[in-house]
Design a protein around this ligand. Structure first.
Ligand code: G3H
Ligand code: 13P
Ligand code: ZN
Length: 330
C-alpha cells in the first residue's frame, strides 16, 4: 500500500465514527513504535512532522523513514502529514517531498507567533488548498488559537473558535479538515485541574458542516504515571493535567476525527531512557536505551489507538491513489 491521503483516512473515520491519532515523529524509534502499535491493533494512522521535525531530520530522513514504514506495513493505511505549516512555501516543500497531507496554520502569521485576522487566514489557507488539491493532497486549516508555546510556536493567546466563522471559513477555503480551538493547548503544562473543554463548539461546527472532519490539537493526556517515571529517575517535571481520554472520546462522538498527540510520546521516551540509565549505569549501546524508548512509544500509542476507536479499522477500505484524489478535486 502506498501512503494514503489523510482525507480518506478521516472520511472513513467519519463514516464509522472513530478518531484517528496523528502522532508527531522526529526519529526512527518514534516511527517504529507507532507502527508496531498500528500493526498489532490493525489501526490506520497519521504520522506527522512539524517544521521542527523537518529541520531536525533534514527532511529526506522523514520521507524515507516513513517510506520504510509503508514498505514494512503494507496493510496499514498511513498518511504523512505536515503539522503546523506556516506558509505556502513550507507546504509546497512538503508536497514535493511526497507528503499526502499538509496543515496550513493560518491562525498565526508566518512567524508562527502573531495571530492573524479572519480574512488573512482565509487568504493563505485558500492559496494552500488551491495548490495542494492540484496534487491530490489533503489540507487541514486552523481557526482560533490554542494556548501554550512549543519551541517558540504559538502566540500564548487563547481565542476559541467561533462556529459561524468556522462554517464561513470552510466554505471560503475548501479545506478538507479544520482544527478548532476548544480550550486545549500544546505541551506538558495544559491545565492545573480537571479541564472543561468547549464541546459545544464541536457540536455547533459539526451541525453547520457535517461533512468536514474536525481536528483537536493539544490532545496529550499527560498521564501522571509518565511524569512519575521521569521524576523517579532524576527528572523534575511539575504534575499538571492533560486532556482526559473521556473528553477526547466525547469530542470524537461529536465530530473530531483527528487527534494530535506529541507530548505523551515525548514523556514516554524520556521516562524510559531515564529509567534505563538509572537501572543500567554501565550500558552504552544506544540500541538498548533507544529500544526501551521505542517500546514506551509503542505502549502509549497502542493504548490511544484502542481508546480513540481506530483499532481494527486498518482493512476497512482500499486506498485511493493521489492520482484519483487529483481527479476528485479537479
Ligand atoms: O504543535 C506542536 C507539536 O508538538 C510539534 O512540536 O514544533 O517542537 O516539533 P515541535
Ligand atoms: P500535545 O502537545 O498535546 O501532544 O499536542 C500536539 C499537537 O497538537 C501537535 O500539533
Ligand atoms: Zn498542534
Amino acid at each position: 500500500m502506498a501512503l494514503v491521503i489523510m482525507k480518506q483516512i478521516l472520511d472513513e473515520a467519519t463514516k464509522s465514527n472513530y478518531g484517528v491519532g496523528a502522532f508527531n515523529v522526529n526519529n526512527m524509534e518514534q516511527i517504529q513504535g507507532i507502527m508496531k502499535a498500528a500493526k498489532e491493533v490493525q489501526s490506520p494512522v497519521i504520522v506527522q512532522a512539524s517544521r521542527g521535525a523537518l529541520k531536525y531530520t533534514s527532511m529526506y530522513y522523514i520521507k524515507h523513514m516513513v517510506a520504510a514504514a509503508v514498505e514494512d506495513n503494507p496493510d496499514i493505511p498511513i498518511a504523512l502529514h505536515l503539522d503546523h505549516g506556516n506558509s505556502l512555501q513550507t507546504c509546497k516543500e512538503a508536497i514535493a517531498l511526497g507528503f499526502t497531507s499538509v496543515m496550513i496554520d493560518g491562525s498565526l502569521k508566518e512567524d508562527s507567533k502573531t495571530p492573524t485576522a479572519f480574512d488573512e487566514n482565509v487568504e493563505i489557507t485558500k492559496a494552500v488548498v488551491e495548490y495542494a488539491h492540484r496534487f491530490g493532497v489533503t489540507v487541514e486549516g486552523e481557526l482560533g488559537t490554542l494556548g501554550g508555546i512549543e519551541d517558540g510556536v504559538g502566540s500564548g493567546i487563547v481565542k476559541l473558535t467561533d462556529p459561524d466563522e468556522a462554517a464561513r471559513f470552510i466554505k471560503l477555503t475548501g479545506v478538507d479538515a479544520l482544527a478548532l480551538a476548544i480550550g486545549t493547548s500544546h505541551g506538558a503544562y495544559k491545565f492545573k485541574a480537571q479541564p472543561t473543554l468547549a464541546m459545544d463548539i464541536i457540536s455547533a461546527v459539526k451541525s453547520k458542516c457535517p461533512a468536514t472532519p474536525l481536528v483537536m490539537h493539544g490532545s496529550s493526556s499527560v498521564p501522571p504515571e509518565l511524569i512519575d517515571i521521569i521524576n523517579e529517575y532524576g527528572g523534575r517535571l511539575e504534575h499538571t493535567m492533560g486532556v482526559p481520554i473521556a473528553a477526547i472520546q466525547e469530542a470524537i462522538k461529536l465530530g473530531v476525527k483527528k487527534i494530535n498527540v506529541d507530548t505523551d510520546g515525548r514523556l514516554a521516551m524520556t521516562g524510559a531512557i531515564r529509567k534505563f540509565f538509572a537501572e543500567n549505569p554501565s550500558e552504552f549501546d544506544p540500541r538498548t536505551y533507544f529500544g526501551a524508548a521505542r517500546e514506551a512509544v509503542y505502549r502509549v500509542v497502542r493504548g490511544k489507538m484502542i481508546d480513540f476507536g481506530s483499532a481494527g479499522h486498518a482493512r476497512d477500505y482500499e486506498p485511493i491513489s493521489l492520482e484519483e484524489a487529483k481527479m476528485y478535486y479537479n
